[in-house]
Design a protein around this ligand. Sequence first.
Ligand code: AMP
Ligand code: ZN
Ligand code: ZN
Length: 402
Amino acid sequence: MRIILSILLFFQLSFSQTEQYTILISFDGFRWDYLNRGLTPNIDQLKSNGVYAESLEPVFPTKTFPNHYSIVTGLYPDNHGIILNEFRDPVTNAKYIIWDSSVVTNPKWYKGESIWENAKKQNVITASYFWPGSEIKDVKRQPNYFEKYNHNLPYDKRIEGVLNWLQLPFSERPKIVAMYFDATDSKGHRFGPNSKELNSAIQQLDSVIGKIVSGLEKLNLLSKTNIIITTDHGMTELSIERIVKINELVSAETFIEWSEPIMFVWPLEGKIEEVYSQLKSKESHFKTYKANEMISEFNFGKSNLLPPIMLVADLGWMLSTHEPTERELQRFYPGNHGFKHTEKDMHGIFVAAGPSFKKNFKTKILRTIDIYPLLCKINNLIPSKNIDGDLSKIDFITIGKK
Ligand code: AMP
Ligand code: ZN
Ligand code: ZN
């Protein structure tokens, strides 16, 4: 009898160890304090059943693709290669741009190893519903299941798609699923972080969580699933009164590439020092960095995609190469991100609940870069080598860890 019981216990234990799921959910541009507006009953429920960080410090630049790819690789953009949503390879002049599907799926831009590639090597099945960087055209680097990005696909369809994956036969069912929703980013840009439209987006995303939780409950999977809600960056308010025209500050011939609060400056040969000191001496509402200063300040400066000089606007300011045109002023959006990652307005949220996490546990600031080793740990995956993330900075949120 005792032998039979031990055998049963053994099977039960090994089965429960393998039957565990992780749903990684990204709400684009969900600033840390949006959870304090009393609009998120479903997320609040997870907070009390799990772990809740004061805020999540993103990686620099605080843009969508760089941060999402850091979450799934544990690498800084310097090392994973997706340095902005849009950039140019200075050697080949080839352009990366997230709005062009043939570019965004081209494996050549993506360095390092994503969790999907790593999991595949270790026979763990993964899936992604729109996570940035999940459509790379190289089978070994893709999740087992993924969807081609469609910005307008209703959120209910995405939830339904994920719940369908979770009803596949056990041996085909994904164990790690990533999902993406844009509402807080889109409304935050268009109407600003303090608008009623943004508040409706918060409520819409909170209801997404309610639907995922009740869907899992119906499938009897809730107690076996780790739900992680996170984001890529926050959002801050802008004003047309706060624009610095950089072209008026530089006299030497210089090629400037513009990415709203960030500017890449490529002086002509031999002019780096001159341009740098000109900009440095005229700094107002922005900061000037050379490559070595970029590395120490932002972990961003080693990649050969990066310029010799970079400018970063102070929070709430924009940089421009010219006097804004009438058309640009009409289309001015009152919200943006991309600023320094240590600015609190750029911080996002981190909430995690499920069998791997402590309950009702509030912690101080966590870092985006450490999510990848956390994902590996809770899914029993050996992480890729040479990552930038550090498990010891986040492991204390898991069960049994001090
Ligand atoms: P950002 O302003 O940096 O937050 O970029 C947000 C935009 O990225 C969204 O409005 C989407 O249109 C776009 N985006 C998000 N995920 C993807 C994806 N997987 N593929 C292509 N574009 C995406
Ligand atoms: Zn974003
Ligand atoms: Zn955005």
